[in-house]
Design a protein around this ligand. Structure first.
Ligand code: SAH
Length: 405
């Protein structure tokens, strides 16, 4: 590669990693997209190391931005800053964190102590999540590029937000690299040990979250707003919460005055967690609740009727090739769910598959409703809650539609 930029640093310090990229990638970065793929790199002054800062230049050697280099990922650089040249020193990181935390400062009152503090790319922290569960902070990393920065980030968190401990969670694809860096999924990175799930508040309800081993960071914090809507419609209804996980929707429905709540999940562990969550909230245990361990796709084909059916399956299209199958599966689920509904029933259908767009998903559910031959109206259409901002297309995964029949 041509040594297109001369470094003035001492010979012992490697020169700043500098990259030139394809014209198409330039346009994409200028449009605010946070990812630079390996095949869009055109020139580099040397090989980059995991987690070092790469400075990106355009065709005319003008500064475009700075990102985190990851030689092991097809997303070779994750952008941290674009625009005018800056130095990403401790003061920059401190301000960056303060601004991220500030965006949540007015979102929640004391009744909600579990929420997302930092939502990755969409908050300017690519591949880096911070969830707060009361006094436990959970960092979830999707790239090894953050490993060299963890000590500094932990020290900034210590300065800016009171907490008892920091738990580290790692996506599967970086767990082997983590081992070589002395890090592990579920480790207590800072603070006091933890062996059990933590308990936190969401809209005044108490929930446990298995932050060490659970899915995501232990709880589906992204469904808070949809749960509130379910609570507002639940009075006097028999409610089915399909794909219930730890019972998030169920507890809101019970508090909203549901006549009964049924949790349906394929995982005994998830149902046990829901049972514990009911037990944590004496005010809702009066509501009759049942737990069904079954494959929802099968169980929904026949069974008792309900007045409110919630369908919140796991992602059915984790990659583009699974899209068609997912579209069919969403349709089948919705048809079965509508079939279970009594007159005046409500269907709540959610999707967390980024590969199925919101408009596609809503059309699938509307089609299923039309094919049922029943009259229906759209009660609510929702997307990401404010603590889970999505600022670019790939980040936009969550959508939910509430239909009244
Ligand atoms: N609605 C939940 C989150 C759902 S996560 C909440 O608000 O917290 C998806 C859940 O679907 C997981 O608990 C998983 O165990 C369950 N699951 C996955 N496949 C399933 C299937 N075929 N039938 C029933 N449950 C399933």
């Amino acid at each position: 590669m041509a040594g297109f930029i001369h470094s003035r640093l001492k010979a012992s310090t490697p020169p700043q990693l500098r990259l030139r990229i394809s014209p198409k990638a330039e346009t994409i970065l200028r449009g605010g997209h946070p990812w630079l793929f390996a095949d869009s790199l055109r020139e580099t002054n040397r090989d980059g190391r995991t987690g070092e800062l790469a400075v990106i230049y355009d065709r005319k050697d003008c500064f475009l931005g700075i990102g985190l280099f990851d030689p092991a990922s097809p997303i070779r650089v994750r952008m941290l800053h674009a625009g005018k040249p800056v130095k990403l020193d401790r003061a920059w990181w401190s301000k960056h964190l303060a601004q991220t935390l500030e965006r949540r400062s007015t979102l929640f009152d004391k009744q909600t102590t579990g929420y997302r503090l930092c939502n990755g790319e969409s908050d300017g922290w690519p591949g880096f999540i911070i969830d707060r569960y009361d006094s436990t902070l959970v960092l979830k990393l999707y790239t090894a590029a953050w490993f060299p920065r963890l000590d500094e980030i932990a020290s900034l968190l210590h300065e800016q937000i009171p907490h008892e401990r920091i738990v580290l969670r790692l996506s599967r694809n970086i767990q082997a690299t983590a081992q070589t860096a002395g890090l592990a999924d579920g480790q207590i990175f800072r603070g006091t040990p933890l062996h059990d799930p933590v308990v936190f508040l969401e809209s005044g309800l108490r929930f446990e979250a298995d932050v060490l081993r659970g899915q995501k960071t232990g709880f589906f914090l992204d469904q808070r707003e949809n749960r509130k809507l379910v609570e507002s419609h639940a009075r006097g209804r028999h409610v089915l919460n399909a794909f219930s996980f730890s019972g998030g929707f169920s507890l809101y429905a019970a508090r909203g005055g549901a006549r009964s709540v049924t949790d349906l999940d394929i995982s005994a562990h998830a149902l046990e967690s829901s049972r514990k969550n009911f037990a944590l909230n004496p005010s809702v245990t009066k509501c009759p609740h049942e737990f069904v361990k079954a494959d929802a796709f099968e169980w929904l084909k026949e069974g008792p009727p309900f007045d409110l059916v919630i369908l919140d399956p796991p992602s059915l299209a984790k990659k583009e090739s699974e899209r068609d199958g997912a579209i069919q599966a969403y349709g089948r689920l919705a048809s079965c769910g509508i079939h279970r509904l009594r007159p005046d029933g409500i269907l709540v259908a959610a999707s967390c598959s980024a590969h199925v767009s919101a408009s596609e998903f809503f059309d699938i559910i509307r089609n299923a409703a039309q094919e049922s031959g029943r009259k229906f109206q759209e009660l609510h259409i929702t997307s990401h809650p404010p603590d889970h901002p999505a600022t670019f297309p790939e980040a936009n995964y969550l959508k939910c539609i509430h239909l009244g029949f």
